[in-house]
Design a protein around this ligand. Structure first.
Ligand code: EPU
Length: 419
């Protein structure tokens, strides 16, 4: 398994381009199953999760070809409606084929994803919504088996705000008979991007980005071209890294309007940030001030930025309180941060982080994607050598992270290993 070796304690300086958003690309690729014509997607990041979804789509019989940042998808040849366990277990987002397969082919068999390092993450809301639209759903041998000759529009109120749940129901509703209203919908920018792709394919959707999404079903969707939005979490991760190490960075191809909560916290921590068009410039010339964060659905502070912000608090002046409200087990990075000398204590879903003047390098182990990003940031600040093991988690969601950090002057290299 590959590792990253980081020689920390250096400020970072330079310019990097933000990649396309993983969490927009994944649902939009699944939406390709809904169209009668080819879907051309630009700005698709080169990530393991994207490769997994492409493998899944091909397994179903779709054609999926990549040419640099562009992916061409054609669902004309789909012959299977089954998403098998071996693919779903490596990527929970595979559940996003459930809605499209059922709506387009009247049937879907999708393996239940099972547990996950950051929490239980059930899919009951996806199922409840599809049932409200008339689907017959049973759980058979670990699979969600869904059938419906044609889904019917319905009013659905989800019990909690769910991102992929909203996406699955929105996709399914595009081909349903009549109007579907999703209340308590997630408002994440990735949902707006998915809606834009679906509208380009001929869907009729209003309210994406609000908590009430209205979808008027159509007979069929066609092919389209769409450019995947910039990754706000990748962008936020690099900004956090530079705020922690000190220095100056310009991000290009970013979507700052989707990043208010992160930018506010970084300003509060003492960073100077200027935004112009798709560029964000951050400079940090002091030790960061500790900030409190509480994760929440968008537009609140993203749970996907929690570990990175915590790494910043670890070396800040003062103490910060980090509260995780979305996932019940998303503090797995804390024990590893402690190995680097961080002073963090956990009480329930709250972590109290007392900043220390310096961290010291050590070997740490990544447990999930964003925890890994937090550990990389801590390694960039720590004195001496940090080795981050199991970085396959990082490769799921960050495109060439070490190359991009290298561009900013970080001493970081990938080591092939057999651990
Ligand atoms: N939940 C249920 N039942 C459901 C669905 C969700 O109880 O049917 C609960 C979850 O267990 C969780 C909360 O609702 O406690 C919110 O989960 P949500 O469904 O919003 O998460 P998700 O859609 O599975 C997406 C992102 C995650 C991100 C979360 C929260 C994708 C592919 N994944 O997951 O991204 O953390 O929203 O913003 O969009 C990542 O990129 O590292 C990542 C984990």
């Amino acid at each position: 398994m590959d590792k990253l070796r980081i020689e920390g304690g250096r400020p970072l300086c330079g310019e990097i381009a933000v990649s396309g958003a993983k969490n927009a690309a994944l649902p939009i690729l699944c939406a390709g199953l809904l169209g009668n014509g080819p879907l051309a997607l630009d700005n698709v990041p080169q990530l393991h999760d994207v490769a997994t979804v492409l493998r899944l789509l091909r397994r179903l019989g779709a054609k999926a070809e990549r040419d640099g940042e562009r992916v061409l998808l054609d669902a004309a040849g789909v012959t299977s409606v089954e998403a098998p366990y071996e693919l779903v277990k490596t990527m929970r987002a595979s559940i996003l084929v459930l809605g499209p397969l059922l709506a387009r082919f009247g049937e879907a068999r999708v393996s239940l994803p099972g547990g996950c390092a950051i929490g239980q993450r059930p899919v009951d809301q996806h199922i409840k919504g599809l049932q409200a639209m008339g689907a017959q759903i049973s759980i058979e041998h670990g699979y969600v088996v869904a059938r419906a000759s044609r889904l019917k529009g319905a009013r659905i109120v989800t019990d909690m705000v769910t991102v992929t749940g909203t996406e699955n129901l929105m996709m399914a509703a595009t081909l349903a008979d009549g109007e579907t209203v999703i209340e308590n919908a997630a408002r994440e920018p990735e949902i707006v991007d998915l809606a834009a792709a679906l509208v380009a394919m001929g869907a009729r959707i209003e309210g994406a980005g609000t908590d009430r999404v209205i979808v008027r079903g159509v007979e069929q969707l066609h092919g389209a071209t769409h450019r995947v939005m910039a990754d706000r979490i990748e962008a936020g991760t690099f900004l956090c890294a530079v705020a922690a190490t000190g220095g100056e960075v310009t991000l290009t191809r970013a979507r700052p309007a989707t990043m208010d909560a992160t930018l506010d916290k970084l300003r509060e921590a003492g960073a100077s940030i200027e935004v112009s068009g798709d560029r964000i410039r951050l400079s940090m010339s002091r030790r960061p001030r500790a900030v409190n964060v509480r994760t929440a659905p968008y537009p609140g502070f993203a749970t996907d930025m929690q570990a990175q912000l915590m790494a910043l608090d670890c070396v800040a002046e003062g103490a910060g309180v980090v509260t995780e409200t979305i996932f019940e087990n998303r503090f797995m990075h804390v024990l590893e941060l402690q190995r680097l000398g961080a002073d963090v204590s956990i009480e329930g879903n709250t972590a109290i982080v007392r900043g220390v003047p310096r961290l010291s390098g050590a070997t740490v182990m990544a447990t999930d994607l964003r925890a890994s990003a937090g550990l990389v940031i801590a390694g960039l600040v720590a004195e001496g050598e940090t080795v981050v093991e199991r970085i396959y988690h990082l490769d799921r969601g960050y495109e060439c992270m070490e190359a991009k950090l290298g561009q900013l002057g970080a001493r970081i290299e990938r080591l092939g290993g057999s651990t």
